[in-house]
Write a protein that binds this ligand. Sequence first.
Ligand code: ZN
Ligand code: FE
Length: 254
Amino acid sequence: MLAIQQLPVLNDNYIYLIHDPESGDTAVVDPAVADPVLKALKQNNWSLKYILNTHHHADHVGGNLFLKEHTACKIVGYAADQKRIPGIDIKLSEGDTLTLGAHRIQVISCAGHTTGHIAFYIADTEALFCGDTLFSLGCGRLFEGTAQQMQQSLKKFAALPLNTKIYCAHEYTAANAQFAYSVEPNNPALLKMIERIKKLRSDHQSTVPSTLAQELASNQFLRTDIIEIKQTLAMQNAPELAIFTELRERKNRF
Ligand code: ZN
Ligand code: FE
């Protein structure tokens, strides 16, 4: 069983350490900064084998070069975006896999937030590291990609097993919940999520990870086929992409 440790850094970023006790292998996902990672590695007596980068933004790759200098790690990123991933060593594409001990880590390409965004999926651990693509009750902003690309990326995630834990890269859940509530005030699953979020945040705890089942039931960006949402938007007959686009634009203005 892989151990997953969440490190809150900067304003609202999460870095994840993934450790396989059998082989001793350890990976870090999206090290925005290096120091907290080095500290955690030392505390656990773990040595770093891989940096896994979901995309090129500074709050995901900021610690790459310092960590590479101070550990024996290799940096893993998306082949098509290799020019923007500092220190990249291992270049992967959709469907490629990497192993951490006996555990397979699968690359899922998920353009939208950036054109070269990827996620890391570990089936045997029911874990998805999805960077800035899917957030709890939200999704990433479209900085480089299109709404269509983002919706296709989210649909790939939606097809994973329901128990999959969604390890996203930011604690945006409370703000996302306010927008979600404005769209679906009568969704019981969402109301339940909001209660959970309030409790966790008042205890200064992380709301991440949620599960895919929770997101499918309460995250509108995965619910563009739901009739109540279409009605709220007064877009009863619109295709799913138009619904998604409208939701993303409303969230930008919210
Ligand atoms: Zn980003
Ligand atoms: Fe980010």
